[in-house]
Design a protein around this ligand. Sequence first.
Ligand code: PMP
Length: 381
Amino acid sequence: MTLAPTSFARTYFDWNATAPLRPVAKAAMIAALDLVGNPSSVHAEGRKARALVNEAREAVAALVGAASADVVFMSGATEANATVMAGGWDTIFTSEMEHESVLHAAKASHARIVEIAVGSDGVIDPGTIADEVMCGHQPLGRALITLQHANNETGIVQPVANVAAFARAHGIATHTDAVQTCGRIAVDVDTLGIDYLSLSAHKLGGPKGIGALILRNGAPLPNLLIGGGQERRRRAGTENIPGIAGFAAAAVAAKAEIATIDRQRRLRDHLEHQIRTMTSTATIIGRDVERLPNTTCLALPGCSAETLVIKLDLAGFAVSAGSACSSGKVGSSHVLRAIGVRPDLARAAVRISIGSSTTDDDIARFLSTWTELTRTVAKAA
Ligand code: PMP
């Protein structure tokens, strides 16, 4: 399939959906395509492929402060999340604003689901967990708390370390989906104190279709894929060597970049400040709580998100409405609903997510387009 060339410059503001592939990751993948061997083979070709996987495991482990033996490569965070949810839990604590890959897998398991309440600020209320643990009438059995580190739509960061400390004291296992935080804010498995952590390469400039589940302290894992003994018998199937190579190169680059993330925060804050100055009715979801430094979830009452996304697309800007994970979906966002955002505001919410190559100029051009668009929308209203 050939794609029609775009005749004008595009500005990509949808890094939370997927980040552009880093040149270092692309180079590592291209080089890996030339590796002949299967990492399970004992000959020299096989050992070379095995060495690549081992080195990559070290790089991914270093990104989150884990031991390399605790990294299990998978096809992405969807698989990592599904694997944890399939762990035979009796009880799973989860909130309605988790990513669908967590929510649907938790609901498809045989576990009793305990809903963690979400405050109107977008942060969970840990009291709901404590109430169930201390005063619940049903036994918890083997219990898991799954709590995203930061939300893909709003960027709101959750108190994962506090929840994990409470869970540990009560013998409850913990999982966090850290897909959106890795490479953006410091993520360390020991500081977080969780048992399972999901990662996806394409959110940090690696390729799509590869990710990892990080385990801590020998946390048990069900085998969703059985067959060969790959990944220390934890995930069968010949390793995706180019994907793993690209993931590792992106992990190294992303780790180094965390120190420069304030540049993105400055650009994002400037964008928000200018938008609020120009359009006083604009609401920024999660403005008063800790958020990812690259994300703005913005609603302009009276203007449908779908219209705004299309108009911005035509003007050369890629942004998304609600969650852009399922193709073409522009529906009401389950995340904003969980936070209790008014339906008219939720229908107007667009997400702008920037990244390491976003420039001052990109933001300035976006702001002038925004001024134009909102003027037309105001006229039409
Ligand atoms: N969790 C979150 C928070 C995400 O944003 C995504 C990707 N949209 C996923 C999980 C799924 O990751 P993957 O694409 O690697 O399956």
